[in-house]
Design a protein around this ligand. Structure first.
Ligand code: NAD
Length: 377
């Protein structure tokens, strides 16, 4: 992609008020040569919160950052927003993303992850591909039109004790979440092969870091531990995940936008396989250093590790994920800048220093819960 065009582009980020999307927007403004504009298009579900981007809105809100509340399933709104802002790059994060929720209620996952991705692609096809001059622009290797789809390693299914997922590993999703992401990956790829849309896809391992919604493992452990609540561990705690600090994922997406080839998929991972139990103990150790349990009245004399509680395993719980990220390293020169200890130290510190954010998120999700459950009273 031509650098100058990319650096001045209008980027449409879906799901920019969520965990990774908000980190990506901040990363683009703070850490890259990007000088263009970002349209953050987000429905603000329970997982999306504008508190994640208060600093960005304050600094760039009048010039280079625009928030639009909208659903990716709303074709008219997507189309008009893309047209109004002359968008040429899409980075698609918006999704229902929590596996446990997909087990209790898969409908929203199919709706947003499958139908929403299809709707976005249709709007883009109508805008970018339907006039002959634009068609040429996307065919050109130097094209500055790009649809980047953010996906997960969970599409590949579960591994045994050895091996890792590469870009050619056959898809074998097991949960409604991973099945919906797998479906969306296939649809995105179809738009490349069928219509010549300039797409790229990244399949990334588990992220952690600032602004992570408290239902996910690492923030849940940190916040529960600080409050002296139990630290739930599924099954025997030996399920393995490959962890990546969120800023490294943001950097990978930026490198794919800069140097990735249309039609290609890139696996992104931290080369950091850990059993869930080891993650729990690493969080406890880190908290003992940063805020010792002995000085935390909520612990009532216990250590953080005393709070570990084994709970019934999740149905269809994949045993092990591991990512082979050699393609993005070799072809695009990306590699993670954080190891797990360094990333975890930064994440724990962030949660300790951002109690105000945690309160806002918890208050907002409580308000949402009340609205949903007491609508008719
Ligand atoms: N979190 C991870 O570890 C991880 C790993 C690999 C890939 N991914 C993928 O990265 C993306 C972002 O994940 P995340 O953890 O930031 O998710 P998240 O749940 O924190 O954020 C999702 C965002 O999408 C928005 N959204 C949901 N439905 C929408 C709709 N219909 N229209 C518009 N906006 C909508 C939400 O309001 C929220 O802001 C997802 O596509 C996910 O599959 C996540």
């Amino acid at each position: 992609m031509k650098k100058s065009k990319l650096e001045r582009a209008v980027i449409f980020v879906t799901g920019g008020a969520g965990f990774i999307g908000s980190n990506f927007i901040r990363y683009m403004f703070k850490n890259t040569a990007f000088k263009g504009k970002i349209i953050n298009y987000d429905k603000l579900t329970y997982a999306g919160n504008l508190a994640n981007l208060e600093d960005v809105a304050q600094k760039y809100g009048k010039t280079r950052y625009v928030f639009v509340k909208g659903d990716i399933c709303d074709y008219k709104k997507v189309f008009h927003t893309l047209k109004k802002h002359a968008v040429t790059i899409i980075v698609h994060f918006a999704a229902e993303s929590h596996v446990d929720r997909s087990i209790c209620g898969p409908k929203d996952f199919i709706e947003t992850n499958v139908h929403g991705t299809f709707t976005l692609l249709e709007a883009v096809r109508a805008l970018w591909l339907c006039s002959p001059d634009k068609r040429q622009a996307t065919d050109n290797k130097q094209s500055y039109y790009r649809f980047h789809h953010v996906s997960t390693d969970e599409v590949y299914g579960s591994l045994g004790g050895t091996g890792s997922f590469s870009e050619t590993t056959p898809y074998d999703p097991r949960s409604p979440y991973s099945a919906s992401k797998a479906a969306s990956d296939h649809i995105v790829r179809a738009y490349f092969h069928t219509y010549g849309l300039a797409v790229t896809i990244s399949n990334c391992s588990n992220n952690y870091g600032p602004y992570h919604y408290p239902e996910k493992l690492i923030p849940l452990l940190i916040l529960n531990a600080l409050e002296g609540k139990s630290l739930p561990v599924y099954g025997d705690g030996k399920n393995v995940r490959d962890w990546l600090y969120v800023e490294d994922h943001c950097c990978a997406v930026w490198e794919i936008l800069r140097k990735g080839r249309p039609g290609e998929t890139y696996n992104v991972g931290g080369n950091c396989e850990m059993k869930n139990m080891d993650v729990v103990h690493a969080v406890c150790r880190r908290l003992e250093l940063a805020r010792p349990a002995a000085a935390n009245p909520a612990l009532k004399g216990r250590k953080y590790a005393d709070l570990v509680t084994f709970v019934k395993d999740r149905p269809g719980h994949d045993r092990r994920y591991a990512i082979n990220a050699s393609k993005i390293k070799r072809e695009l020169g990306w590699k993670p800048a954080h190891d797990f200890e360094g990333g975890l130290k930064a994440a724990v510190q962030w949660y300790l220093e951002n109690g105000g954010w945690v309160k806002k998120i918890k208050d907002a999700s409580y308000a949402l819960w009340l609205k949903k459950n007491y609508r008719r009273r």
